[in-house]
Design a protein around this ligand. Structure first.
Ligand code: AMP
Length: 174
């Protein structure tokens, strides 16, 4: 993985979406063909022999790369979305954020007990949404879960929130 190439092309936006937050903008990676290839190739190499059967993306920036990886692996893509977006019967998981409570949902029939699932999001920050996604995948009955992030904000220790039986891989530690 060419970490330097990705770091050089990642954009930091100060005070977005609110004052005091430094937002890591991956659109500058997405529009760069060399970065896209680097990200897709690295993810493929890491997971090609793991027996993954579904890639799950977390709304919304998890949707950028998860379908591309699913295509490369020759497996299905499943979205985890914010409440009220998925049309059929869902399972929900609510979690506490700094201000208030958030909920994520997955279609009840999206996964089966035979599935080996890779959960992907762009950034692991506090870990709240990733934990919710992993719990939803486990509740859906998947037999094994992996988690992958492009970026991990190490100072927030989000990884400590995630279950010990889930292998977590991150490409850029910031
Ligand atoms: P988390 O706090 O781990 O639940 O993060 C919630 C979501 O917000 C994740 O899906 C990240 O994509 C996004 N996020 C949180 N902090 C940042 C940040 N500093 N820059 C970019 N995205 C972020």
């Amino acid at each position: 993985m060419n970490v330097e190439l990705l770091k050089q092309n990642l954009r930091a936006v100060p005070d977005f979406p609110i004052k005091g937050i430094q937002f890591w903008d991956i659109t500058t990676l997405m529009k760069n063909p060399a970065c896209m290839k680097e990200m897709a190739d690295s993810m493929y190499e890491l997971y090609k022999d793991k027996g993954i059967t579904k890639v799950v993306g977390i709304e919304s920036r998890g949707f950028f790369l998860a379908p591309a990886l699913a295509l490369r692996l020759g497996v299905g893509f499943v979205p985890i979305r914010k409440p009220g977006k998925l049309p059929a019967e869902t399972i929900s998981y609510s979690y506490t954020k700094e201000y208030g409570v958030d909920t994520l949902e997955i279609h009840k029939d999206a996964l089966t007990p035979d599935d080996v699932v890779l959960v992907h999001d762009d950034v692991l920050a506090t870990g709240g949404s990733s934990l919710a996604a992993i719990e939803l995948v486990k509740k859906s009955g998947a037999k094994k879960v992996y988690a992958n992030f492009l970026i991990e904000l190490d100072s927030l220790h989000g990884k400590d929130k995630l279950p010990a039986d889930v292998q977590v891989d991150t490409f850029l530690h910031l």
